[in-house]
Design a protein around this ligand. Structure first.
Ligand SMILES: [Zn+2]
Length: 82
């Protein structure tokens, strides 16, 4: 999945604070994201975060599933490294 730093991801489950939106701070094998509701930072494996993503918003518009697939980053993931 092609996620960029600065993207806003909407998760399937909400954070305890009630927000489902997170901003991407760092991408790689692990993602660092910050909750837009309470500002808490979380770091998790790429695969775990990708599974829980519902919507990706980039520069104010929703990124389609097609745009998110077939990317360099996906090839890197297949190789097991960045
Ligand atoms: Zn929160």
């Amino acid at each position: 999945m092609d996620i960029h730093v600065g993207d806003i991801i909407t998760m399937k489950k909400s954070h305890p604070c009630g927000s489902k939106e997170w901003k991407v701070m760092r991408v790689g094998m692990d993602f660092r994201v910050v909750c837009l509701g309470c500002g808490r930072e979380m770091e998790n494996k790429r695969s775990a975060i990708e599974k829980s993503i519902k919507i990706v918003t980039r520069a104010g518009r929703v990124v389609s599933k097609e745009e998110l697939s077939v990317t360099r980053t996906e090839k890197w993931a297949e190789m097991g490294k960045e």
